[in-house]
Design a protein around this ligand. Sequence first.
Ligand code: ADP
Ligand code: MG
Length: 228
Amino acid sequence: MTEKPLLEFTGVSKTYISGESQLSILQQIDFSLPSGVSVAITGKSGSGKSTFLNIAGGLDKPTSGDVNFLGKALRHMHDKELSEFRNRHIGFIFQSHILLDDFSALENVCIPSLIRGEPKKNVSRRAAQLLERVGLSDRMDHRPNKLSGGERQRVAFCRALVNSPELLIADEPTGSLDEQSSRGIEELLFDLVREQGKTLLLVTHDMQLARKCAVVYLLHNRELQELT
Ligand code: ADP
Ligand code: MG
């Protein structure tokens, strides 16, 4: 018997409508993400990778088709239910700019768990452990604007992991870093995924990075094609 996928797309299409014009981005996509596997979606700029990821993470809705996560149909969820579901089950990592500059690195990592209503003491301890793991124990009290790009991204990894989500979603996670820091940060991401047994859905235009995942898809002409 095969295990049920963590995430499943059935006939997912997305069309952006603005005024008179319609822009079809995804067409009838079927996609299945097994638990514990790392999958990359690659493709040219503008091919719809971020659109795909936002739909996968319940940040955007498809025009038609179904998205199932942990056996639940996302389209049947109301906004509040959906944001609680995301907070609990999905960790998001974006290219940049997701940390709040008015808070310390430690506080930034704590935010998703505090939103969930967890006691601050427990949260702080877990956040500190994560920051230690990524080599930032001496930067916990720093504001993000006092950190380097690579350090900020390490804080963002901790924030994505603090609620122990099943799925990590990363959109060009090293897109704002120089080549050298990119490689170190990529390695750290894959190490964390492995250590914590996460499922990873990674979007990148960088084929070298995509190839570090077990399965690679190319998004092209609104369709998803598995690369071998
Ligand atoms: P990628 O991440 O592969 O670069 P995106 O998913 O960001 O691609 O965008 C795919 C296409 O959809 C682009 O042409 C982009 O301009 C367009 N697009 C993205 N978001 C919107 C939106 N909210 N409204 C209209 N068009 C959009
Ligand atoms: Mg994008």
